[in-house]
Ligand binder design. Structure first.
Ligand SMILES: [Mg+2]
Length: 415
């Protein structure tokens, strides 16, 4: 029988930090959001302390210190590299996977017996733990929603759980709807208003009533909870919808030159990512943001431009970014954030003539040389124009660990 599986890394950002700090296993660890603002990942020890997800760091700083917790700033270079290693292994072992988030992926599996499936998942878990170094949990069930539910069951136990329809039919009378994937705060509230508390309540309600209240999402949820799988989306790297690079500054700035520097940095990052996934972007957007909690809140602006032909050339993109930035920049506004989004992404081999018929092929050899040098000698060894990362507009990251796996200069030293 065909089952759907979910692989979900446990406390992912924390686990990434622990790969290179094995002394931190068993100790309380948190990871902060960009700019060190809020808590975005907690180890089990921190969850036990009752520190909630998303709480501002300053509110729990003393409590964490007392508990001897180790605090990290976000290190996305490290996390996305570890994520890629996990996904590559899953892909190699399982064939087609659907990556749902940085640390979760769905897959399908032919299940002959529950026992056999459990052995196979335990093997995968050990393999990833050994080769990549992060713990994960598996849930296997007839649908994605049930696989997600299953993956939570053994999170603190064996990490492997198989939920058959028979098991589910016994359990679902007592399972609260709020425990179900995708049923968030507002939906839970709405369900409560209609006296729908448990999964059984939801399933015994009239179909047309569910559709009237919750629309097609409601009927879809109903099918998934009955064991009828919805279509699983497919991942195709080239079809990735957009690439975004953006960051808040530690201090506000009113300088166009500083904003252009920040935008150049983000353009370089985003186009580098385009090239590494062998794709090009057809559309470019930039964003200048102000402090959300100030009188300047409405002064932020975005602007976008459809490129004459899809490109992944940093120089071409930079020229357009500068033009857009100058058009939306307003004097004396204290900006707090800048970012670049590349979209309408197509595969690199998909040649397309521009509107005027003359493909302005820019020097992509130059780009690949720059990428190679940066890969070998470290990020930003060669930058174009003003694309270097600067502390002046960089964000706060006071507790950042090293980029152990992606930067030669930050590789771990042993004595
Ligand atoms: Mg996770």
């Amino acid at each position: 029988m065909k089952y759907i599986g979910l692989a979900d890394c446990n406390n992912f950002f924390v686990s990434c930090e622990r790969v290179f700090r094995p002394d931190l296993w068993g100790r309380p660890v948190v990871v902060l959001s960009s700019n060190d603002g809020a808590i975005v990942a907690r180890s089990e020890e921190v969850k036990k302390l009752g520190v909630p997800m998303g709480v501002p760091y300053f509110k729990v700083r003393d409590e964490l210190e007392k508990a001897g917790a180790k605090v990290f700033s976000s290190n996305f270079d490290l996390y996305s590299d570890i994520s890629k290693r996990v996904m590559d292994t899953l892909h190699e072992e399982l064939g087609v996977i659907y990556q749902y988030s940085v640390d979760e992926a769905f897959f399908t599996m032919e299940v002959k017996s529950v026992k056999e499936a459990k052995i196979e998942l335990a093997r995968l878990k050990t393999l990833i733990q050994k080769n990549v170094g992060v713990p994960l949990s598996f849930g296997l069930a007839p649908t994605m929603t049930l696989a997600k539910y299953a993956s939570e069951l053994e999170k603190r136990g064996s990490g492997v759980s198989v939920l058959t329809m028979k098991d589910w039919e016994v359990q679902r009378d007592t399972v609260s709807l709020s425990e179900i994937w995708g049923v968030g705060g507002a939906t839970t509230q709405k369900m409560r208003e209609h006296n729908l508390i448990t999964v059984a309540d939801f399933l015994s309600a009239d179909n047309s009533r569910i559709e009237k209240i919750f629309g097609v999402n409601g009927t879809r949820l109903g099918s998934e909870l009955r064991g009828i799988p919805a279509k699983m989306p497919e991942n195709d790297e080239a079809q990735q919808k957009s690439i975004m690079s953006t960051r808040s500054f530690s201090k506000t700035t009113t300088s166009l030159a500083v904003l252009e520097e920040a935008l150049a940095y983000h353009t370089a990052r985003a186009s580098e990512e385009l090239r590494s996934s062998h794709s090009k972007a057809g559309k470019l957007s930039i964003m200048l943001g102000t402090n959300r909690h100030s009188e300047w809140v409405l002064q932020g602006a975005t602007s976008e431009s459809v490129l004459p032909y899809p490109t992944n050339d940093t120089i071409v993109l930079l020229r357009e970014v500068e033009r857009l930035a100058r058009a939306i920049f307003v004097k004396d506004v204290p900006y707090k954030k800048a970012g670049v989004v590349l979209s309408q992404i197509t595969a690199d081999d998909h040649l397309q003539l521009d509107l005027f018929g003359s493909q302005q092929v820019s020097d992509n050899k130059l780009m690949s040389v720059i990428d190679t040098v940066n890969k070998n000698l470290g990020k930003d060894s060669i930058t174009i124009g003003r694309a270097r990362y600067k502390e002046s507009w960089g964000s706060n990251h006071n507790f950042q660990s090293s980029r152990y796996t992606t930067s030669w200069s930050e590789i771990m030293r042993l004595r």
